[in-house]
Design a protein around this ligand. Structure first.
Ligand code: EPU
Length: 425
Protein backbone atom coordinates (compact mmCIF):
# COMPACT_ATOMS: atom_id res chain seq x y z
CA UNK A 1 0.00 0.00 0.00
CA UNK A 2 1.43 3.34 -1.03
CA UNK A 3 1.44 6.42 1.18
CA UNK A 4 2.46 10.07 0.91
CA UNK A 5 5.07 11.70 3.12
CA UNK A 6 4.61 15.46 3.20
CA UNK A 7 6.78 18.10 4.84
CA UNK A 8 4.61 21.12 5.56
CA UNK A 9 5.46 24.72 4.77
CA UNK A 10 4.66 25.89 8.33
CA UNK A 11 2.02 28.25 6.99
CA UNK A 12 4.43 30.16 4.76
CA UNK A 13 3.83 31.32 1.17
CA UNK A 14 6.43 29.23 -0.60
CA UNK A 15 4.84 27.43 -3.55
CA UNK A 16 5.07 28.92 -7.02
CA UNK A 17 4.83 28.00 -10.67
CA UNK A 18 2.17 26.62 -12.97
CA UNK A 19 0.06 23.48 -12.90
CA UNK A 20 -1.96 22.00 -15.77
CA UNK A 21 -5.47 20.76 -15.03
CA UNK A 22 -6.32 17.20 -16.14
CA UNK A 23 -9.51 16.07 -17.86
CA UNK A 24 -12.56 15.87 -15.60
CA UNK A 25 -13.09 12.54 -13.86
CA UNK A 26 -16.83 12.98 -13.70
CA UNK A 27 -17.00 13.77 -17.42
CA UNK A 28 -14.59 11.03 -18.55
CA UNK A 29 -16.44 8.27 -16.69
CA UNK A 30 -19.71 9.19 -18.41
CA UNK A 31 -18.03 9.38 -21.83
CA UNK A 32 -16.79 5.83 -21.31
CA UNK A 33 -20.35 4.70 -20.52
CA UNK A 34 -21.63 6.58 -23.57
CA UNK A 35 -19.44 4.45 -25.86
CA UNK A 36 -22.09 1.72 -25.46
CA UNK A 37 -24.58 3.88 -27.39
CA UNK A 38 -22.36 4.07 -30.46
CA UNK A 39 -22.56 1.89 -33.58
CA UNK A 40 -18.86 2.48 -34.26
CA UNK A 41 -15.68 2.83 -32.16
CA UNK A 42 -15.52 5.95 -30.00
CA UNK A 43 -12.28 7.81 -29.26
CA UNK A 44 -11.98 9.77 -26.02
CA UNK A 45 -9.16 12.31 -25.68
CA UNK A 46 -7.76 14.26 -22.71
CA UNK A 47 -8.61 11.25 -20.57
CA UNK A 48 -7.29 11.59 -17.00
CA UNK A 49 -5.02 8.69 -16.00
CA UNK A 50 -6.70 7.89 -12.71
CA UNK A 51 -7.87 4.73 -10.98
CA UNK A 52 -11.62 5.29 -11.49
CA UNK A 53 -11.11 5.66 -15.25
CA UNK A 54 -9.06 2.44 -15.32
CA UNK A 55 -11.80 0.62 -13.37
CA UNK A 56 -14.52 1.90 -15.71
CA UNK A 57 -12.52 0.74 -18.74
CA UNK A 58 -11.90 -2.63 -17.02
CA UNK A 59 -15.66 -2.89 -16.53
CA UNK A 60 -16.46 -2.38 -20.21
CA UNK A 61 -13.66 -4.75 -21.22
CA UNK A 62 -14.93 -7.44 -18.84
CA UNK A 63 -18.35 -7.14 -20.48
CA UNK A 64 -16.98 -7.76 -23.97
CA UNK A 65 -16.02 -4.32 -25.29
CA UNK A 66 -12.69 -3.88 -27.02
CA UNK A 67 -10.67 -1.14 -25.32
CA UNK A 68 -7.48 0.30 -26.84
CA UNK A 69 -5.61 2.38 -24.27
CA UNK A 70 -2.97 5.01 -25.06
CA UNK A 71 -1.61 7.88 -22.93
CA UNK A 72 -4.56 10.14 -22.07
CA UNK A 73 -6.57 8.50 -24.81
CA UNK A 74 -8.80 5.50 -25.31
CA UNK A 75 -10.75 3.97 -28.17
CA UNK A 76 -13.75 1.86 -27.20
CA UNK A 77 -15.54 -0.49 -29.55
CA UNK A 78 -18.59 -1.63 -27.61
CA UNK A 79 -20.39 -3.39 -30.44
CA UNK A 80 -19.95 -6.81 -28.81
CA UNK A 81 -20.73 -5.79 -25.23
CA UNK A 82 -23.24 -7.77 -23.13
CA UNK A 83 -25.93 -6.46 -20.79
CA UNK A 84 -24.65 -7.83 -17.45
CA UNK A 85 -22.40 -5.47 -15.54
CA UNK A 86 -19.54 -7.37 -13.86
CA UNK A 87 -20.46 -7.04 -10.17
CA UNK A 88 -16.92 -7.07 -8.66
CA UNK A 89 -15.89 -4.04 -10.72
CA UNK A 90 -19.23 -2.19 -10.73
CA UNK A 91 -19.31 -2.26 -6.94
CA UNK A 92 -16.08 -0.27 -6.79
CA UNK A 93 -17.37 2.96 -8.28
CA UNK A 94 -20.55 5.00 -8.23
CA UNK A 95 -20.22 5.98 -11.89
CA UNK A 96 -20.89 2.37 -12.90
CA UNK A 97 -24.61 3.09 -12.41
CA UNK A 98 -24.48 5.46 -15.39
CA UNK A 99 -23.76 2.50 -17.66
CA UNK A 100 -27.28 1.21 -17.01
CA UNK A 101 -28.66 4.02 -19.21
CA UNK A 102 -26.78 3.16 -22.43
CA UNK A 103 -27.23 -0.59 -21.82
CA UNK A 104 -30.99 -0.16 -21.45
CA UNK A 105 -31.06 1.97 -24.58
CA UNK A 106 -29.27 -0.77 -26.50
CA UNK A 107 -30.69 -3.99 -25.06
CA UNK A 108 -33.85 -2.98 -23.18
CA UNK A 109 -32.32 -4.94 -20.32
CA UNK A 110 -29.49 -4.61 -17.78
CA UNK A 111 -28.25 -6.52 -14.72
CA UNK A 112 -26.12 -4.71 -12.15
CA UNK A 113 -25.19 -4.58 -8.43
CA UNK A 114 -25.73 -1.64 -6.10
CA UNK A 115 -22.94 0.76 -7.13
CA UNK A 116 -20.07 1.54 -4.75
CA UNK A 117 -17.95 4.66 -4.65
CA UNK A 118 -16.85 7.02 -1.92
CA UNK A 119 -18.47 6.55 1.48
CA UNK A 120 -19.96 10.00 1.92
CA UNK A 121 -23.58 9.20 2.67
CA UNK A 122 -26.36 6.76 1.83
CA UNK A 123 -26.13 7.10 -1.97
CA UNK A 124 -29.41 5.35 -2.81
CA UNK A 125 -30.59 4.55 -6.36
CA UNK A 126 -34.34 5.09 -5.87
CA UNK A 127 -34.38 7.97 -8.37
CA UNK A 128 -33.00 5.64 -11.06
CA UNK A 129 -35.56 2.96 -10.24
CA UNK A 130 -38.43 5.46 -10.35
CA UNK A 131 -37.25 6.76 -13.73
CA UNK A 132 -36.85 3.30 -15.26
CA UNK A 133 -40.34 2.34 -14.06
CA UNK A 134 -41.76 5.54 -15.53
CA UNK A 135 -40.15 4.45 -18.80
CA UNK A 136 -42.04 1.15 -18.68
CA UNK A 137 -39.40 -1.11 -17.12
CA UNK A 138 -39.78 -3.82 -14.48
CA UNK A 139 -37.12 -4.17 -11.79
CA UNK A 140 -36.24 -7.33 -9.86
CA UNK A 141 -33.61 -7.84 -7.16
CA UNK A 142 -32.12 -11.32 -6.85
CA UNK A 143 -28.85 -12.36 -5.15
CA UNK A 144 -28.00 -8.68 -4.67
CA UNK A 145 -28.27 -8.03 -8.41
CA UNK A 146 -30.87 -5.74 -9.95
CA UNK A 147 -32.32 -6.63 -13.32
CA UNK A 148 -34.19 -3.93 -15.21
CA UNK A 149 -36.28 -5.15 -18.13
CA UNK A 150 -38.06 -2.80 -20.51
CA UNK A 151 -41.61 -3.84 -21.44
CA UNK A 152 -41.62 -4.94 -25.09
CA UNK A 153 -37.81 -4.89 -25.16
CA UNK A 154 -37.52 -1.11 -25.43
CA UNK A 155 -37.89 1.72 -22.94
CA UNK A 156 -40.75 4.16 -23.51
CA UNK A 157 -40.14 7.87 -23.52
CA UNK A 158 -41.62 9.55 -20.43
CA UNK A 159 -41.83 12.76 -18.47
CA UNK A 160 -39.57 12.37 -15.46
CA UNK A 161 -39.38 14.75 -12.51
CA UNK A 162 -36.37 14.19 -10.23
CA UNK A 163 -37.39 14.88 -6.63
CA UNK A 164 -33.71 15.66 -5.92
CA UNK A 165 -31.37 16.91 -8.61
CA UNK A 166 -29.05 14.01 -9.36
CA UNK A 167 -25.96 14.22 -11.56
CA UNK A 168 -25.65 10.54 -12.42
CA UNK A 169 -29.45 10.17 -12.47
CA UNK A 170 -29.77 12.90 -15.09
CA UNK A 171 -26.94 11.47 -17.19
CA UNK A 172 -28.33 7.93 -17.01
CA UNK A 173 -31.86 8.84 -18.05
CA UNK A 174 -30.59 11.20 -20.74
CA UNK A 175 -28.60 8.37 -22.30
CA UNK A 176 -31.34 5.76 -21.85
CA UNK A 177 -33.75 8.09 -23.65
CA UNK A 178 -31.47 8.58 -26.66
CA UNK A 179 -32.60 5.24 -28.06
CA UNK A 180 -36.07 4.64 -26.60
CA UNK A 181 -39.61 4.69 -28.00
CA UNK A 182 -40.89 8.27 -27.98
CA UNK A 183 -39.58 11.52 -26.51
CA UNK A 184 -38.49 12.03 -22.90
CA UNK A 185 -38.49 15.19 -20.80
CA UNK A 186 -36.35 15.35 -17.64
CA UNK A 187 -37.48 17.99 -15.15
CA UNK A 188 -35.47 19.26 -12.18
CA UNK A 189 -32.45 17.90 -14.05
CA UNK A 190 -28.96 18.48 -12.66
CA UNK A 191 -27.15 21.30 -14.50
CA UNK A 192 -23.46 20.43 -14.03
CA UNK A 193 -21.14 21.40 -16.93
CA UNK A 194 -20.23 17.72 -17.41
CA UNK A 195 -23.87 17.01 -18.34
CA UNK A 196 -23.96 19.79 -20.94
CA UNK A 197 -20.68 18.52 -22.40
CA UNK A 198 -21.98 14.94 -22.58
CA UNK A 199 -25.14 16.09 -24.36
CA UNK A 200 -23.14 18.15 -26.85
CA UNK A 201 -20.91 15.17 -27.64
CA UNK A 202 -23.91 12.89 -28.13
CA UNK A 203 -25.61 15.49 -30.34
CA UNK A 204 -22.46 15.69 -32.48
CA UNK A 205 -22.94 11.95 -33.11
CA UNK A 206 -26.60 12.27 -34.08
CA UNK A 207 -28.54 12.48 -30.80
CA UNK A 208 -31.33 15.02 -30.34
CA UNK A 209 -30.95 16.40 -26.84
CA UNK A 210 -31.96 19.96 -25.99
CA UNK A 211 -31.89 21.93 -22.76
CA UNK A 212 -28.87 20.18 -21.17
CA UNK A 213 -27.25 22.60 -18.73
CA UNK A 214 -30.71 23.81 -17.68
CA UNK A 215 -33.20 22.13 -15.37
CA UNK A 216 -35.38 20.80 -18.22
CA UNK A 217 -33.83 18.43 -20.75
CA UNK A 218 -35.74 17.07 -23.75
CA UNK A 219 -34.62 14.03 -25.68
CA UNK A 220 -36.03 12.88 -28.99
CA UNK A 221 -34.84 9.33 -29.67
CA UNK A 222 -32.79 8.48 -32.73
CA UNK A 223 -32.01 5.16 -34.47
CA UNK A 224 -28.25 5.23 -34.09
CA UNK A 225 -25.26 7.21 -32.88
CA UNK A 226 -22.08 7.27 -34.95
CA UNK A 227 -18.84 8.97 -33.99
CA UNK A 228 -17.46 8.77 -37.56
CA UNK A 229 -13.99 9.22 -36.10
CA UNK A 230 -14.93 12.38 -34.17
CA UNK A 231 -13.51 12.13 -30.66
CA UNK A 232 -14.95 13.26 -27.37
CA UNK A 233 -12.43 15.63 -25.76
CA UNK A 234 -12.88 15.63 -21.99
CA UNK A 235 -13.38 19.08 -20.45
CA UNK A 236 -11.03 20.31 -17.67
CA UNK A 237 -11.65 19.01 -14.16
CA UNK A 238 -13.19 21.92 -12.28
CA UNK A 239 -12.82 20.16 -8.92
CA UNK A 240 -9.11 19.58 -9.47
CA UNK A 241 -8.67 23.17 -10.71
CA UNK A 242 -10.58 24.43 -7.67
CA UNK A 243 -8.43 22.36 -5.31
CA UNK A 244 -5.27 23.89 -6.80
CA UNK A 245 -6.78 27.37 -6.37
CA UNK A 246 -7.44 26.65 -2.69
CA UNK A 247 -3.90 25.37 -2.20
CA UNK A 248 -2.54 28.47 -3.95
CA UNK A 249 -4.70 30.73 -1.78
CA UNK A 250 -3.04 29.20 1.30
CA UNK A 251 0.56 28.63 0.31
CA UNK A 252 1.60 30.19 -3.02
CA UNK A 253 3.57 33.31 -3.81
CA UNK A 254 2.02 32.97 -7.25
CA UNK A 255 0.32 29.92 -8.73
CA UNK A 256 -1.00 29.67 -12.25
CA UNK A 257 -3.70 27.06 -12.82
CA UNK A 258 -3.62 26.38 -16.55
CA UNK A 259 -6.03 24.70 -18.93
CA UNK A 260 -9.03 25.33 -16.66
CA UNK A 261 -12.48 26.69 -17.38
CA UNK A 262 -12.90 29.61 -14.94
CA UNK A 263 -16.59 29.94 -15.86
CA UNK A 264 -17.17 26.55 -14.17
CA UNK A 265 -15.69 27.81 -10.91
CA UNK A 266 -17.48 31.09 -10.33
CA UNK A 267 -18.86 30.10 -6.95
CA UNK A 268 -15.46 29.08 -5.55
CA UNK A 269 -13.73 32.13 -7.02
CA UNK A 270 -16.31 34.51 -5.54
CA UNK A 271 -16.01 32.85 -2.12
CA UNK A 272 -12.20 32.97 -2.16
CA UNK A 273 -12.25 36.63 -3.20
CA UNK A 274 -14.68 37.41 -0.39
CA UNK A 275 -12.18 35.86 2.02
CA UNK A 276 -9.50 38.21 0.70
CA UNK A 277 -7.71 36.05 -1.89
CA UNK A 278 -6.57 37.82 -5.08
CA UNK A 279 -7.47 35.72 -8.14
CA UNK A 280 -7.25 36.83 -11.74
CA UNK A 281 -8.55 34.91 -14.73
CA UNK A 282 -7.61 35.22 -18.40
CA UNK A 283 -8.92 32.76 -20.94
CA UNK A 284 -8.19 29.28 -19.62
CA UNK A 285 -5.75 30.41 -16.96
CA UNK A 286 -6.26 31.49 -13.36
CA UNK A 287 -3.62 33.12 -11.18
CA UNK A 288 -3.90 32.98 -7.42
CA UNK A 289 -1.73 34.31 -4.60
CA UNK A 290 -1.87 33.70 -0.87
CA UNK A 291 -2.46 37.19 0.52
CA UNK A 292 0.13 38.66 2.90
CA UNK A 293 -2.63 39.97 5.17
CA UNK A 294 -5.26 38.05 7.09
CA UNK A 295 -7.93 35.87 5.49
CA UNK A 296 -11.52 36.65 6.43
CA UNK A 297 -13.95 33.95 7.65
CA UNK A 298 -16.81 33.20 5.23
CA UNK A 299 -19.75 30.80 5.23
CA UNK A 300 -20.20 28.17 2.56
CA UNK A 301 -23.27 26.16 1.65
CA UNK A 302 -22.89 23.35 -0.86
CA UNK A 303 -25.41 23.36 -3.65
CA UNK A 304 -26.01 21.82 -7.05
CA UNK A 305 -24.23 23.62 -9.91
CA UNK A 306 -23.75 26.56 -10.24
CA UNK A 307 -23.69 26.71 -6.44
CA UNK A 308 -20.73 25.77 -4.28
CA UNK A 309 -19.69 22.19 -5.23
CA UNK A 310 -19.88 19.53 -2.53
CA UNK A 311 -16.72 18.05 -4.03
CA UNK A 312 -14.79 21.18 -2.96
CA UNK A 313 -16.27 21.33 0.52
CA UNK A 314 -13.45 19.43 2.25
CA UNK A 315 -10.54 21.40 0.71
CA UNK A 316 -12.45 24.63 1.41
CA UNK A 317 -12.88 23.65 5.04
CA UNK A 318 -9.08 23.33 5.32
CA UNK A 319 -8.90 26.86 3.88
CA UNK A 320 -11.41 28.13 6.45
CA UNK A 321 -9.22 26.89 9.31
CA UNK A 322 -6.78 29.60 8.18
CA UNK A 323 -9.36 32.42 8.16
CA UNK A 324 -9.82 34.81 11.08
CA UNK A 325 -13.18 34.30 12.76
CA UNK A 326 -16.04 31.85 12.56
CA UNK A 327 -17.16 30.16 9.33
CA UNK A 328 -20.18 27.91 8.88
CA UNK A 329 -19.88 24.98 6.49
CA UNK A 330 -23.31 23.72 5.46
CA UNK A 331 -23.09 20.48 3.47
CA UNK A 332 -26.54 20.11 1.94
CA UNK A 333 -25.96 17.25 -0.53
CA UNK A 334 -24.41 14.36 1.42
CA UNK A 335 -24.93 13.51 5.10
CA UNK A 336 -21.61 11.72 5.61
CA UNK A 337 -19.28 14.28 4.19
CA UNK A 338 -18.01 16.10 7.28
CA UNK A 339 -16.55 13.20 9.23
CA UNK A 340 -13.00 13.98 8.06
CA UNK A 341 -13.12 17.18 10.18
CA UNK A 342 -12.18 15.04 13.18
CA UNK A 343 -8.75 14.45 11.62
CA UNK A 344 -8.31 18.18 11.00
CA UNK A 345 -9.09 18.79 14.67
CA UNK A 346 -6.36 16.34 15.60
CA UNK A 347 -4.03 18.53 13.53
CA UNK A 348 -5.02 21.54 15.64
CA UNK A 349 -8.08 22.85 13.81
CA UNK A 350 -11.11 24.00 15.80
CA UNK A 351 -14.11 22.55 13.98
CA UNK A 352 -17.33 21.78 15.78
CA UNK A 353 -19.86 19.47 14.15
CA UNK A 354 -23.32 20.92 14.82
CA UNK A 355 -25.08 18.00 13.12
CA UNK A 356 -24.43 15.68 10.17
CA UNK A 357 -24.73 18.60 7.75
CA UNK A 358 -23.21 21.59 9.53
CA UNK A 359 -19.77 22.39 10.91
CA UNK A 360 -18.51 25.53 12.62
CA UNK A 361 -14.90 26.38 11.87
CA UNK A 362 -13.09 28.78 14.23
CA UNK A 363 -9.84 30.26 13.00
CA UNK A 364 -7.17 30.96 12.54
CA UNK A 365 -5.52 27.81 13.87
CA UNK A 366 -2.03 26.50 13.19
CA UNK A 367 -2.03 22.94 11.88
CA UNK A 368 0.43 20.31 13.10
CA UNK A 369 1.63 17.31 11.10
CA UNK A 370 -0.05 13.95 11.71
CA UNK A 371 -0.52 10.45 10.39
CA UNK A 372 -3.70 10.62 8.29
CA UNK A 373 -5.91 8.09 6.51
CA UNK A 374 -7.62 9.23 3.33
CA UNK A 375 -11.32 8.53 4.00
CA UNK A 376 -12.53 9.38 0.48
CA UNK A 377 -11.27 11.04 -2.65
CA UNK A 378 -12.03 14.68 -1.90
CA UNK A 379 -11.27 14.57 1.83
CA UNK A 380 -8.04 12.79 0.86
CA UNK A 381 -6.95 15.75 -1.23
CA UNK A 382 -8.04 18.09 1.55
CA UNK A 383 -5.62 16.22 3.84
CA UNK A 384 -2.84 16.70 1.27
CA UNK A 385 -3.51 20.46 1.39
CA UNK A 386 -3.67 20.47 5.20
CA UNK A 387 -0.40 18.51 5.45
CA UNK A 388 1.26 20.81 2.92
CA UNK A 389 0.62 23.92 5.03
CA UNK A 390 1.15 22.30 8.45
CA UNK A 391 4.19 22.33 10.76
CA UNK A 392 6.19 19.12 10.44
CA UNK A 393 6.09 15.85 8.54
CA UNK A 394 2.74 14.13 7.90
CA UNK A 395 2.00 10.81 6.27
CA UNK A 396 -1.21 10.14 4.37
CA UNK A 397 -2.24 6.52 3.99
CA UNK A 398 -4.91 4.79 1.93
CA UNK A 399 -3.99 6.97 -1.04
CA UNK A 400 -5.74 4.69 -3.51
CA UNK A 401 -8.60 6.97 -2.54
CA UNK A 402 -6.64 9.94 -3.90
CA UNK A 403 -5.36 8.13 -6.99
CA UNK A 404 -8.98 7.38 -7.88
CA UNK A 405 -9.45 10.96 -8.97
CA UNK A 406 -6.15 12.84 -9.19
CA UNK A 407 -3.45 11.97 -11.70
CA UNK A 408 0.10 11.73 -10.24
CA UNK A 409 -0.80 14.53 -7.87
CA UNK A 410 2.49 14.30 -5.95
CA UNK A 411 4.61 14.90 -9.08
CA UNK A 412 2.55 17.91 -10.07
CA UNK A 413 2.71 19.39 -6.57
CA UNK A 414 6.46 18.77 -6.34
CA UNK A 415 6.91 20.87 -9.48
CA UNK A 416 5.41 23.77 -7.49
CA UNK A 417 7.95 23.34 -4.70
CA UNK A 418 5.90 21.09 -2.42
CA UNK A 419 7.78 18.46 -0.39
CA UNK A 420 5.64 15.40 -1.09
CA UNK A 421 6.89 11.87 -1.82
CA UNK A 422 5.16 8.58 -2.56
CA UNK A 423 6.42 5.49 -0.70
CA UNK A 424 5.35 1.86 -0.61
CA UNK A 425 4.54 0.42 2.81
N1 EPU B 1 -29.97 10.75 -4.39
C1 EPU B 1 -31.08 10.05 -3.98
N2 EPU B 1 -31.51 9.01 -4.76
C2 EPU B 1 -30.87 8.64 -5.89
C3 EPU B 1 -29.75 9.37 -6.34
C4 EPU B 1 -29.31 10.43 -5.54
O1 EPU B 1 -31.66 10.34 -2.95
O2 EPU B 1 -31.33 7.69 -6.53
C5 EPU B 1 -29.49 11.88 -3.57
C6 EPU B 1 -28.08 11.64 -3.03
O3 EPU B 1 -28.09 10.85 -1.86
C7 EPU B 1 -27.63 13.06 -2.77
C8 EPU B 1 -28.31 13.85 -3.91
O4 EPU B 1 -29.36 13.02 -4.38
O5 EPU B 1 -28.14 13.52 -1.55
C9 EPU B 1 -27.41 14.21 -5.06
O6 EPU B 1 -26.66 13.09 -5.46
P1 EPU B 1 -26.25 12.85 -6.97
O7 EPU B 1 -27.06 11.73 -7.52
O8 EPU B 1 -26.22 14.14 -7.73
O9 EPU B 1 -24.75 12.34 -6.79
P2 EPU B 1 -24.05 11.30 -7.73
O10 EPU B 1 -24.58 11.48 -9.09
O11 EPU B 1 -24.03 9.97 -7.10
C10 EPU B 1 -22.11 12.86 -8.58
C11 EPU B 1 -20.62 12.80 -8.56
C12 EPU B 1 -20.13 13.07 -7.14
C13 EPU B 1 -20.64 14.43 -6.70
C14 EPU B 1 -22.17 14.48 -6.82
C15 EPU B 1 -22.76 15.83 -6.51
C16 EPU B 1 -20.12 11.19 -10.27
C17 EPU B 1 -19.62 9.83 -10.61
N3 EPU B 1 -20.17 11.49 -8.97
O12 EPU B 1 -22.54 11.83 -7.68
O13 EPU B 1 -18.73 13.09 -7.20
O14 EPU B 1 -20.28 14.66 -5.37
O15 EPU B 1 -22.56 14.13 -8.16
O16 EPU B 1 -22.22 16.80 -7.33
O17 EPU B 1 -20.44 11.97 -11.16
C18 EPU B 1 -16.54 12.72 -6.45
O18 EPU B 1 -16.16 12.93 -7.61
O19 EPU B 1 -15.74 12.64 -5.48
C19 EPU B 1 -17.95 12.58 -6.17
C20 EPU B 1 -18.43 12.05 -5.06
Amino acid sequence: MAYFRITGTSHRRVLSGAVDVAGAKNAALKAIAAAVLFDDPLGIANLPEIEDVSRMLDLLESMGASVTRAPHHVTIDARRIGHTMTPEISKRLRASIVLTGPLLARFGRVTFPHPGGCVIGARPIDAFEDAFRAMGARITLRNKLYTVTAGGGRLRGAEIFFKKQSVTGTETVMMAAVRSDGPTVIKNAAMEPEILWLAECLNAAGAKISGAGTSTISIVPVKRLRSRGKEMRVIPDRIEAGSFLILGALAAKRLEVRGAEPAHLESLIEHLRAAGVPISTAGRSMIVRAPKGKLRAIDIKTHEYPGFPTDLQAPMTVFLTQCEGQSLVFETIFEGRLLYTDSLNQMGANIQLMDAHRALVRGKTSLRARRLESPDLRAGLAFVIAALIADGVSTIHNIYNIDRGYERVEERLRALGAAIERFDE
